[in-house]
Design a protein around this ligand. Structure first.
Ligand code: AMP
Length: 399
């Protein structure tokens, strides 16, 4: 899949609208706790500034649900961006109000205007054409660099692309890198290729799992989703997380893996707890011996050893979803140990955004990974084989 390339646009001295994904996590005091997404946007912004452009930036932050809410203002993002770019970033007072439209119209070259949170506008998530048109009217060029939100058909992501022809829109460097990387991973991985899949639910990752099976050599299941498989195999899983309506699907996945010759690993022991809390009483038990009323909240040490053994000869690893409730120290060991092992390996290691990216950052092994995606949901949809709505209009059509 070849995308319209920003380097082919005749940007010199023009006005460009860049949709970024500055939806960064914040702590309870409103401080940005991880600015990876902002840092990742710098290359495209700098490229446009080097082309003597006036740059208009748009992003959402959180879920303000179509209403102006100070809590979701992009002011902290503007400050961080200013530090990273080492130049002034003007934060607009609104999104498409008259004052902001005028600010955009008057924006001189080499200047940056950051619109307020695009989801202050109710039309953004509704992919409202009138909003797309207003946003498009601000600039001569449109660049999408918001991989993390490209699986959403929203006004500033999808609708807006219809107001620009192929000579006036393109993918930014980040979006292009993400799409290329996942394309290569799925279509030409160096083998053996393993997927480590965890997280809370099978439902969220079902399609990705189904799509991955024909491509991978091994699958390692962890997290809450493991229990739906274990229950289907006849284990007593106590009060562990389970999706009873997906037991049949779990069986189908295991059958399909067998048919395809994919080695399918499930936890052989777990850290079980008497409640879902940091101060729970916990013990290590085999998958066969989870006590009644107790829940498995992490993979156990025997599983860690087994997974390390299975991952030993792997050349490519795709990891999506933690092995346990890593947010609680007591149940973070399984994820941490697997993370260190993956990070230390010589394989190509790809982390599929979201919680897994957060996890590897918390334990400081992010630099050891080959690639960390900036989009959890978007990367999952790519793995499901979908064409992302925000990318569809940027694909170079065959002659
Ligand atoms: P997901 O959004 O589906 O990737 O799930 C990530 C979440 O799964 C994290 O917040 C983990 O705390 C949670 N999780 C992982 N393992 C378990 C488990 N065994 N039981 C309940 N939740 C889990």
């Amino acid at each position: 899949m070849e995308l319209l390339n920003i380097k082919n646009l005749n940007l010199r001295d023009k006005k460009v609208f860049i949709r970024c994904d500055f939806n960064v996590p914040m702590d309870e005091f409103g401080n940005i706790s991880d600015d990876r997404r902002i840092r990742s946007a710098v290359a495209t912004i700098n490229y446009c500034l080097d082309q003597d452009c006036a740059v208009i930036l748009a992003s959402h932050l959180g879920r303000p649900k179509g209403e102006v809410n100070e809590k979701y203002s992009l002011a902290p993002v503007a400050r961080r961006l200013q530090q990273l770019l080492k130049r002034h970033v003007e934060l607009a007072s609104g999104v498409v109000d008259d004052a902001t439209l005028k600010q955009a119209a008057d924006l001189p070259r080499h200047e940056i205007l950051l619109l307020e949170n695009i989801r202050f506008e109710i039309g953004e998530t509704k992919n409202d054409a009138a909003l797309s048109e207003k946003l498009a009217s601000m600039a001569e060029f449109y660049v999408n660099d918001a991989f993390g939100v490209s699986h959403r058909a929203h006004a500033s992501v999808e609708g807006i692309t219809k107001f620009f022809d192929d000579e006036h829109k393109a993918a930014g460097f980040l979006l292009e890198r993400e799409i290329k990387f996942f394309g290569k991973l799925i279509n030409e991985p160096v083998r053996p290729f393993a997927a480590i899949v965890g997280g809370s639910k099978v439902s969220g990752k079902l399609e990705a799992l189904v799509n991955l099976l024909p491509k991978v050599d091994k699958v390692f299941i962890g997290g809450g989703m493991a229990f739906t498989f274990l229950k289907q195999l006849g284990y007593d899983i106590g009060a562990s997380l389970v999706e009873d309506e997906l037991l049949g699907e779990a069986q189908k996945i295991m059958d399909e893996a067998k048919k395809l010759g994919v080695k399918f690993y499930l936890p052989v022991d777990v850290v079980a707890a008497d409640k879902f809390a940091e101060d729970a009483v916990s013990k290590i038990v085999t998958a066969q011996e989870i006590p009644n009323g107790w829940m498995g909240l992490d993979i156990g040490p025997a599983t860690v050893r087994l997974y390390r053994e299975g991952l030993g000869d792997v050349q490519t690893v795709l990891w999506n979803g933690p092995m346990g409730v890593y947010e609680m120290e007591k149940f973070a060991r399984g994820s941490t140990k697997i993370a260190h092992f993956v990070a230390d390996s010589y394989a190509t290691t790809v982390v599929g955004g979201g919680d897994t990216a957060d996890l590897v950052q918390r334990i400081n092994v992010d630099e050891e990974m080959t690639f960390i995606s900036t989009g959890g949901g978007a990367s999952l949809e790519l793995l499901e084989g979908k064409i992302l709505p925000g990318v569809a209009q940027l694909i170079i059509k065959p002659e």
